[in-house]
Design a binder for this molecule. Structure first.
Ligand SMILES: C[S@@+](CC[C@H](N)C(=O)[O-])C[C@H]1O[C@@H](n2cnc3c(N)ncnc32)[C@H](O)[C@@H]1O
Length: 259
């Protein structure tokens, strides 16, 4: 039984890092006239309310996205991200925050399409309510570990696979590496981005050891005795220019969030 709900963490420093990378990758595909598929293996509910009960309980967003408001941003990655969130808030409410599905929906073209998996029943119901009317999107209430292959395009089609699990089960660090490796073999053209938390138990080292051909990007937060001390992304098949742009954006992020 899944219990994780992203609403408690939406907009935190890990989301800023991950969603900035996502915006850069979506921007890479933005002018692609061909069909592009965006596969989000662990979608969550789509978007969140930073003034809602879950966000209020942890206030994590205040040390993440909250620190970026009213800052002058100079890097392309952080600019794409903050502008996308601002656009989303204009269309929704001033305290809403787009998760990966909503950011993808916002930045994708009309002929592109998305497949978003979510297995938590309540989160899936919200995802349906939040994004269900968009004909470009297919929302899938299935275990992605068993059904990813059913929804993958052919191996040469352009696209992005975001793998952003909650790591509620210890084995996730091993099974996620297997899922990414399988996807990379079957969908050769895909850019694949995998998120992982950095916790004192350092289980992410197992995941990293099993992700061949990935480049790793890590952001270490303010030191804490317990809990997540850093956030990581593994990127396979990154498009040209991504590395340079994301490293610059991450440096700027670090200077603003942790000064
Ligand atoms: C970290 S959250 C996703 C956040 C989202 N990607 C974002 O950036 O806004 C992970 C989600 O994966 C879902 N999940 C966990 N195991 C899953 C599985 N095997 N198949 C599909 N979804 C799953 C959880 O219910 C949770 O909502």
């Amino acid at each position: 039984m899944l219990s994780y709900q992203h609403g408690y963490h939406a907009g935190n420093f890990a989301d800023v890092h991950k969603h900035t990378a996502l915006c850069l990758l979506l921007d890479h595909f933005a002018s692609n006239k061909k069909i592009v598929t965006y596969l989000d293996s662990h979608a969550g509910r789509g978007f969140y309310d930073l003034s809602g009960e879950q966000s209020e309980k942890t206030s994590e967003w205040k040390d993440g996205f909250g620190k970026l408001t009213d800052q002058s941003i100079t890097t392309k990655g952080l600019e794409l991200y903050t502008q996308a969130v601002a656009r989303f808030q204009e269309d929704h409410t001033a305290t809403s925050y787009p998760g990966s599905p909503a950011l993808t929906q916002l930045l994708m073209q009309d002929n592109h399409h998305g497949v978003f998996f979510e297995l938590h029943p309540a989160e899936f119901e919200c995802l349906k309510e939040n994004l269900g009317s968009d004909k470009r999107l297919r929302l899938v209430y299935k275990d992605v570990q068993n059904h990813l292959a059913d929804f993958m395009p052919n191996r040469t089609q352009d696209g992005l696979l975001l793998i952003d699990p909650s790591y509620e089960i210890k084995d996730d660090y091993t099974t996620i590496a297997k899922l990414a490796t399988f996807a990379h073999k079957r969908w050769k053209a895909a850019v694949i981005m995998i998120w992982y938390p950095m916790l004192p138990e350092r289980r992410h080292e197992d995941l990293k050891a099993n992700l061949k051909g990935a480049t790793f990007y890590e952001l270490i937060g303010p030191m804490k005795e317990r809990g997540m001390y850093g956030t990581g992304l593994a990127v396979i098949n990154a498009p040209e220019g991504f590395d340079n742009a994301f490293v610059k954006a991450a440096d700027e992020m670090k200077a603003i969030l942790f000064k």
